[in-house]
Design a protein around this ligand. Structure first.
Ligand code: FAD
Length: 286
């Protein structure tokens, strides 16, 4: 089923994001992870895709296929374009079509000095236009409540996002953030810009200190004072940080649900315990 159809049928669409394990031996664990995640009955699960030059991308497709065929949950396959040419994208979409995958999160991908960029696609909107000309996949796009790290400013960023939606992005999934006010301001900006597709907030429960540093460096999410205090107080205590990180994420999610958001995209980091605890915490709210 296309995720747009899911959005038409219900409010508060719940999705999980997972990544394919890098090492082949870890691939075995993905079954146990998927079993628990799918048992939580998300509306869809999205599977990340490397920026290029990675054989791991075949794992993305294999995992998506398993999500659909074995667990009967709708998969969304992430697809990046900066390091691929048209022929390679054609090959990926051909396989996706053959596997019955209906949903793609179309992305530019991060720049990586170790992977040469190709020149057919400069922006996610180029990929979306290209796929939409040839296929009827349902396309989602990424969005950034605190602006993309390469952004030239909020107005420019919104102009580019509108272009992405006009090209055919039918749902937007957001980058993680720790301060809901950024999301509310961003969602309001989207409406003002005439973007009327579902805009789904992305939440990552933070459960270890190293993960926080990595995330903030990678995506530029700002840390509110009350969150920094948690890290300061509990950063060295694994169990305490887990509890505090979960409580923080749950309080963000409850606030988002109370504000009637279109959905919730949970960055699970392949941790079913995290996903289960969040689902338990909101079971009477959705
Ligand atoms: P774009 O939409 O192309 O935007 C990138 C930058 O270019 C922005 O600053 C934008 O304002 C600007 N821009 C856009 N269009 C134009 C234009 N026409 N002219 C000038 N500037 C323009 N990365 C992965 O490698 N694999 C994944 O699986 C993955 N999954 C993700 C899932 C989500 C929900 C999110 C939010 C991000 C994900 N990413 C993933 C990261 C993403 O690839 C990076 O953030 C990347 O740097 C930008 O991708 P994009 O699709 O948002 O790019």
């Amino acid at each position: 089923m296309k995720i747009t159809e899911i959005h038409e049928k219900k409010k508060n669409v719940l999705s999980f994001e997972i990544f394919p394990p890098k090492k082949d031996e870890e691939l075995k664990n993905i079954d146990a992870t998927l079993e628990i995640l799918c048992d939580l009955k998300p509306d869809f699960i999205s599977v990340t895709f490397g920026a290029g030059g990675s054989s791991n991308n075949n794992k993305t497709i294999a995992i998506a296929k398993k999500i659909k065929e074995v667990y009967h949950v709708e998969p969304v396959v992430h697809l990046t374009c900066l390091c691929y040419d048209r022929a390679e994208i054609d090959e990926f979409t051909k396989v996706l079509k053959a596997e019955g995958i209906e949903n793609i999160l179309a992305l530019r991908g991060d720049r990586n000095p170790n992977v040469p960029e190709k020149h057919d696609f400069a922006h996610a909107s180029d990929l979306i236009t290209y796929i939409k000309q040839k296929h009827d996949f349902c396309i989602a796009g990424a969005c950034y409540p605190e602006c993309h790290p390469e952004s030239a400013g909020r107005v420019e960023e919104m102009r580019h996002l509108k272009k992405k939606v006009d090209a055919g992005a039918e749902v937007l999934l957001s980058q993680l953030f720790f301060d809901n006010n950024y999301f509310y301001r961003f969602a309001e900006d989207c409406r003002i810009a005439g973007i009327d597709v579902p805009v789904t907030p992305g939440i990552m429960p933070v459960i270890n200190a190293a993960q926080i540093k990595r995330m903030v460096t990678m995506c530029g999410a700002s840390l509110p004072e009350r969150f920094e205090k948690i890290i300061l107080r509990y950063g060295d205590n694994k169990t305490a940080l887990f509890d505090a990180g979960m409580a923080y994420a749950l309080s963000q999610i409850i606030d988002l649900l109370a504000n009637d958001v279109d959905g919730l995209h949970l960055y699970t980091m392949n941790n079913p315990v995290v996903a289960r605890r969040i689902c338990e915490g909101i079971k009477n709210l959705v």
